[in-house]
Design a protein around this ligand. Structure first.
Ligand code: NDP
Length: 242
């Protein structure tokens, strides 16, 4: 049997990460589902992965913990010779107007998004470069582009993803590794549970929220050979909001 092509999805157990994991499974990847604490959701996702593709496994760790991330991901490339895809999807929001935002809320959001990007990309990049094959897709947000009120921490973190994506893309463009990000608008997951959705829908030209599968399809495209000349890009998936 040939070596499986492996895709790692951080925060892959639920929400957007679940839809992305399933999309990559149906494209033939062995999907490695990272999560932090919601084991039950991750196990349910793994069952679905097994019924939609070659299979996968769970790899729980906290993306903010550099030592944990490095040791788990190095372990993975010790076992698999073709880790081809990394989706940096794990993310959190801790919304507050800036005047009331605590240092802890600022730090927690930046750590998860930006340290998460660094901690997970670093151990896999050398492997992808030496294989001359890899696609890294990270989750930015419309918030990075418009600067949503009450989201200075989140907007800063997600804008940082765009900068890091463009810089890394230009460093590895000649080495067979593509680096892109996706900027979703408002997508139906637990993350948006506290938002005033009927007001928000009025601001979306399509008049509805996005579905996780509509983001996952774009991620799948970016990971595929159909996107072989696409790197350093930010693809918006937002129902026409910008
Ligand atoms: P959810 O809150 O539904 O899921 C977040 C996922 O991230 C969970 O799987 C969670 O793990 C994981 N996670 C959080 N912190 C860590 C950590 N420190 N280490 C490992 N995993 C972690 O979010 P969404 O699915 O809505 O969002 C996914 C991504 O898309 C995020 O980066 C988000 O910012 C971005 N996004 C979402 C939008 C939306 O409208 N939903 C819009 C724009 C961007 P666990 O299950 O263990 O808790």
């Amino acid at each position: 049997m040939s070596e499986p092509r492996v895709a790692v999805v951080t925060g892959g157990g639920r929400g957007l990460g679940k839809a992305i994991s399933l999309a990559l499974a149906s494209s033939g990847y062995w999907v490695v589902v990272n999560y932090k604490s919601n084991q039950e959701a991750a196990e349910q996702t793994l069952e679905l992965i097994r019924s939609s593709g070659p299979g996968g496994e769970l790899l729980p760790f906290d993306v903010t913990d550099a030592r944990e991330a490095t040791s788990h991901l190095k372990g993975l490339i010790g076992r698999f010779s073709r880790v081809e895809v990394l989706v940096n999807n794990a993310g959190i929001a801790a919304d507050s107007v800036f005047g009331l935002m605590s240092a802890e809320e600022w730090r927690r959001v930046l750590d998860t998004t930006l340290d998460g990007f660094f901690n997970c990309t670093k151990p896999l990049l050398t492997h992808m470069v030496s294989n001359r094959r890899g696609s890294i897709v990270s989750m930015s947000s419309i918030s990075a582009l418009v600067g949503n009120r009450g989201q200075a921490n989140y907007a800063a973190a997600k804008a940082g993803i765009i900068g890091a994506t463009r810089a890394l893309a230009s460093e590895v463009a000649r080495l067979g590794v593509r680096v892109n990000c996706v900027a979703p608008g408002v997508i139906e997951t637990e993350m948006i549970g506290d938002l005033p959705l009927s007001e928000i829908k009025k601001m979306i030209p399509m008049g509805r929220l996005g579905k996780p599968e509509e983001v996952a399809g774009v991620v799948r495209f970016l990971c595929s050979d159909d996107a072989s000349y696409v790197t350093g890009q930010v693809i918006s998936v937002n129902g026409g909001m910008l």
